[in-house]
Ligand binder design. Structure first.
Ligand code: PLP
Length: 284
């Protein structure tokens, strides 16, 4: 596999970053994951726009332009012959040999950028046919979850708590309401109305979320963006999650309680089909 590191395309075994990199020492970095279907990028523009926002919020410079970024994505897909899978992109505040909490001067320490690909079957997913089981956990992340930073320790711990309970993922709860999944946005459906938490600093503004809500509204489905509780979710007709790599994925159990029939529901199933069709058409 060829990876991209700071301007070079190199075999993964030769790809190196400094031990002083602030991404490594301080989790001082941001990332994006863009999916690939039929060798094309899904919603590249959405991911590039969110990346620019994340960088701006952290006062970090991008080492490449967004046009260059698109070229790098395409070049990696070509070189690694990715028909279906993901591209991971990470930008960190570079490597400063003097470890210091204060940010280094960006003129002296340029930010560093790494991209790699992962080939994986995404669209034809067995999990989408049976649905996921989730547990609820307290949301203990920092307060700026709208910035896509590489500080993913708590979500990783949440995933391990789910695994230990024999389930697939965890929904995080703050002040009694669901924020989101460990790496996805969370939704419920009741009496035909799709409910998902409103945007704010408490959740990541999912690129898939934006697309799915747009498609839902275009298909005349009703959408409410507001907080909901675990109890409300357990009493819903359906539940599901969205993310760039899972698209729309049904959730059939929450804290041991079946949601609706305990099988993937019609709204989630239909939204998954619409999302896949429309994203394939718009892929670049
Ligand atoms: N929420 C969190 C915490 C995430 O980590 C992710 C994706 O990684 C999402 C939501 C979904 O965002 P997107 O649809 O842009 O992949």
């Amino acid at each position: 596999r060829i990876v991209y590191v700071n301007g070079d395309y190199v075999p993964e075994a030769e790809a190196k970053v400094s031990v002083f990199d602030r991404g490594f020492l301080f989790a001082d970095g941001v990332y994006e994951v863009t999916s690939v279907l039929d060798g094309k990028l899904i919603d590249f523009e959405g991911h590039a726009t969110r990346l620019e926002r994340s960088l701006k919020e952290l006062d970090m410079a991008s080492p490449v332009t967004m046009d260059e970024l698109l070229e790098i994505h395409r070049e990696l897909v070509r070189r690694n012959e990715v028909a279906e899978g993901m591209i991971y992109l990470q930008i960190t505040r570079g490597a400063d040999a003097d470890r210091d909490f204060a940010f280094p001067d960006p003129e002296k320490v340029p930010s560093s950028i790494v991209l790699f690909t992962q080939s994986k079957k995404l669209a034809d997913s067995p999990a989408a046919k049976v649905g996921m089981k989730v547990i609820s956990i307290e949301d203990q992340r920092w307060g700026r979850r709208d910035i896509k930073t590489v500080q993913l320790l708590y979500p990783s711990m949440g995933k391990m708590m789910a695994k230990a309970a024999g389930k697939d993922d965890a929904w995080m709860v703050e002040d009694g309401a669901v924020t989101e999944g460990t790496s996805n946005n969370a939704y419920i459906v009741k009496d035909g109305v799709i409910v998902t938490r409103h945007l704010g600093n408490e959740i990541l503004h999912g690129i898939t979320r934006a697309a799915v809500l747009r498609f839902a509204r275009e298909a005349q489905m009703r959408v409410e963006e507001r907080p909901f509780t675990i109890e409300e979710a357990q009493g819903a007709d359906e539940a599901f999650i969205t993310s760039a790599s899972t698209f729309v994925m049904p959730v059939v159990e929450i804290d041991g309680e079946a949601v609706g029939s305990g099988t993937p529901g019609p709204v989630a199933t239909r939204l998954r089909e619409i999302y896949l069709d429309e994203s394939r058409k718009a892929a670049i």
